[in-house]
Design a protein around this ligand. Sequence first.
Ligand SMILES: Nc1nc2c(ncn2[C@@H]2O[C@H](COP(=O)(O)OP(=O)(O)OP(=O)(O)O)[C@@H](O)[C@H]2O)c(=O)[nH]1
Ligand SMILES: [Mg+2]
Length: 217
Amino acid sequence: MSFDPQNKSRQAPVKFGDFTVTSSAFAKSAISLKGVPNEGVPQVAFLGRSNVGKSSLLNALMGQKKLVKVSSTPGKTRELNFFKVNDAFFLVDLPGVGFAQVSVAKRDEMAKFIREYVEKCKDLCGLVYLVDIRHGGTPIDIETVESIRATGCPVLVVASKRDKVNQTELAKNLKLIQERLSLPTPPLCVSVLKKFGLEALWQEILGAINGTNDAER
Ligand SMILES: Nc1nc2c(ncn2[C@@H]2O[C@H](COP(=O)(O)OP(=O)(O)OP(=O)(O)O)[C@@H](O)[C@H]2O)c(=O)[nH]1
Ligand SMILES: [Mg+2]
């Protein structure tokens, strides 16, 4: 074994139950399918409406604070951003869907690119679709999840920002999301702020990568 001073991705290990993140690093951005890594390395992508917490969740999952840019202007991310974890697989931050202040043409273009990526990327093992727990699944969420499912890509619906609701709202909105997005069970609910649900989410992500998840949700 040789000492590798160039390995900037190595970090203090962060444990999530049985799973440990030992390295994470920005790999590349893609603005078209040509730029998407095509190395036979598994990918799991994160999608959801703008401001739902995709980038914050990716940072939390990788035990990072600022690796993934959390922009103060929603809808600004226009590209796919690839982060390599443990030199073994990619987590992918996708642009937010349905952001009102982006022109219709731009929104259509991004939706088309995301759909193309989901349909054509052979390394994509699954997609985590985030829904804000406070909103209980909007028409845009329903439409987007259905269109991803139609491609055959496994979709895991996850509710974000659990710390923003009380126990009563939590139960009510989990049920709403389950019904609206036709899930067999209520979705997993996470909080980046409280570091809640991250271990369970990692298990799902690893299950998608290793092909051991029994059912699409
Ligand atoms: N209270 C709370 N706030 C959160 C949580 N996750 C994210 N946020 C906040 O929500 C805002 C949006 O988070 P982002 O991670 O930028 O959301 P995004 O989905 O990446 O947004 P786009 O890149 O615009 O699509 C930020 O102010 C975050 O700090 C959470 O679990 N709890
Ligand atoms: Mg983001």
